[in-house]
Design a protein around this ligand. Structure first.
Ligand code: ADP
Length: 554
């Protein structure tokens, strides 16, 4: 067992070590400041070795000291003989902790072999490599180590210039990231471009096909077709248009249509067309087109609808002009026939009703009960026929503009009361409720207004099978009175509502068939128009309807 050291002995060893440390520090300072050219290092074997810098002058060492790079000198065992303070700072350390230490100590464990290889090669020729060093703060920092040999009087030493690569690496890394991003963006753009090209090609083909399709269709239907730009100028007419109008395709202008439309129809056509352009609603008019082959004007139904793009803007107006001349003639003939037939029917029907009345009132002999019943039924049938004939006569008079009105002061309350009395008599099973009848007056023809109200009432009865409740009201709003009839019957769809005031229009519902010819509401609307009033309906399908007319108050 070793004897414990005496206090004095320990003290003297401590002093010796302290002295050597101070000496070492002084030496380091002296080297750095250029005061010393020679250096003694004790080897592992305990022998001192002497190192002298060959061209050691102060300027040179000061220069090394100020360098931005680290500079170290190693002996053949890889021990750092000399280091500038920059290198120590690079390792977050101090000169004392760097000098006299094997350089390998600072090398990242995984790169030791690489360093040793560089160290070995450095003795033979100048060489460099990137090596990661571990700093005292535990950071792994990349450095470029450039080796070159230095010749001392006593032998050779290896000098390593240490360049911090972290900024460069960072820049490289950033550059790589930017490059990758650029590459990504480039390939995305290329992909997009390819997709776009394919899309454009497909769209072009589609467009071409659809244009050809459109042309084919347009040139092979009997109607004339035109398309206009949103500003209203014509940009296409089909072959039929050129054939019919006789205008040459080479001399056609955006406003050639004015030459082919009847002069009396131009103003109204323009008015409606401009209004359609402004509102975006369907353009529709019946106007006359001049046929080039025989210079006659023929009636056409001219309709134009707007085409919208995805942003809801009108891009084109597509129009058709359909020849309705033959239809018009047929209608005229039909109207003429209705006029004559109803007129011819009226006289015998009036006689028939007269005779039936005489028979009914005959007091001479007792009429057997069954015969009385038949007389009543015949009278009912004749009355229905008379209503029908009267309606037909009214329609033909309206067509000819011959429906006459003797205008008087009409009391709304009396008008409604009289119709309700009548209705209660005809439809004894129904409940007629009167609401808000105001004591006001209008200018009108009593018989015709009664005809309208009775038509509303008889329709209300006819088109509400399950409900016997009907409400009649006459209420004032500002300067007009609204007379209305509400039922709780089958009601109307929006589409039906738009059409029921047209001549001969009837709702074709097989579930619910009621007799009629679709003339009543047409006549009503013409009568109300002649009274400067409005007619309309508010209705919900399956729930019921309110038919009304508004007349200006006197
Ligand atoms: P019609 O002789 O067919 O009754 P109208 O001109 O009086 O002719 O009515 C036209 C159409 O309007 C009818 O066929 C019917 O379909 C519909 N209509 C009229 N009144 C009503 C109502 N109160 N409820 C539901 N539908 C009605």
């Amino acid at each position: 067992m070793n004897e414990p050291k005496a206090y004095d002995q320990l003290l003297s060893e401590y002093r010796e070590l302290k002295h050597r440390l101070e000496e070492a520090n002084e030496t380091i300072d002296a080297i750095r400041n250029g005061k010393v050219d020679t250096l003694v290092v004790r080897g592992e074997d305990g022998e001192n070795q002497l190192y002298t810098l060959k061209s050691a002058d102060q300027t040179y060492r000061v220069f090394i000291e100020k360098m931005a790079e680290g500079a170290v000198t190693l002996n053949e065992d890889g021990i750092i003989l000399y280091s500038n303070s920059r290198f120590a700072r690079m390792l977050d350390s101090s000169l004392e902790k760097v000098m006299g230490v094997a350089f390998e100590t600072f090398v990242h464990p995984q790169l030791k072999e690489e360093f040793l290889n560089l160290f070995k090669r450095g003795w033979d020729a100048d060489c460099k490599d990137e090596i990661v060093l571990n700093t005292a703060n535990g950071n792994a920092v990349p450095f470029l180590l450039s080796c070159t040999t230095l010749e001392f009087d006593e032998g050779m030493a290896l000098s390593i210039i240490v360049t911090d690569l972290s900024a460069q690496k960072e820049t490289q890394q950033q550059l790589r990231i930017k490059n990758d991003q650029l590459e990504e963006a480039r390939s995305a753009t290329e992909k997009l471009n390819n997709e776009l090209e394919t899309l454009v090609r497909a769209r072009t083909q589609e467009l071409f096909a659809s244009r050809e399709h459109f042309r084919f269709l347009a040139n092979n239907i009997p109607q004339m077709i035109w398309t206009n730009l949103p500003d209203g100028s014509v940009n296409f007419n089909n072959q039929q248009w050129y054939d019919y109008t006789g205008i040459d395709i080479d001399v056609v202008s955006a406003f050639s249509w004015k030459l082919v439309i009847h002069p009396d129809d131009v103003a109204e056509t323009l008015r409606r067309y401009r209004s359609a352009l402004q509102t975006g609603h369907t353009f529709e008019i019946e106007n006359r087109y001049k046929r080039a082959s025989d210079s006659t004007y023929r009636w056409h139904l001219n309709r134009g609808i707007p085409l919208y793009n995805e942003d809801g803007e009108i891009t084109l107006w597509v129009g058709t002009a359909t020849d309705i001349e033959d239809q018009k003639r047929a209608m005229e003939k039909k109207d003429e026939f209705i006029g004559i037939a109803s007129h011819e029917l009226k006289t015998p029907l009036t006689s028939l009703k007269g005779y039936l009345q005489i028979i009914d009132n005959y007091k001479g002999e007792t009429v057997p009960k069954p015969v009385k019943l038949f007389i009543n039924k015949a009278t009912d049938a004749a009355s229905k026929l008379q209503y029908l004939v009267n309606d037909l006569l009214d329609v033909s008079k309206i067509n000819a503009g011959r429906l006459e009105y003797q205008m008087n002061r009409v009391g709304v309350r009396e008008l409604v009361d009289s119709c309700i009395d009548n209705a209660r008599h005809i439809y004894p099973l129904h409940h007629f409720e009167i609401q808000n009848i105001e004591d006001v007056f209008v200018k009108g023809n009593t018989e015709r207004l009664e005809q309208v109200l009775m038509n509303f009432i008889s329709n209300a009865v006819k088109y509400s099978q399950d409900s016997k409740h009907i409400i009649i009201s006459g209420q004032c709003h500002h300067d007009y009175v609204r007379v209305s009839v509400t039922d709780f019957g089958i009601g109307l769809t929006d589409e039906q509502k738009d059409k029921i005031f047209e001549r001969f229009y009837r709702v074709e519902d097989k579930k619910f068939l009621a007799s009629g010819l679709g003339m009543g509401l047409y006549i009503c609307s013409e009568i109300i128009k002649a009274h400067s009033g409005d007619i309309g309906v508010i209705s919900e399908f399956g729930k019921g309807s309110t038919f009304y007319f508004d007349l200006p108050l006197l």
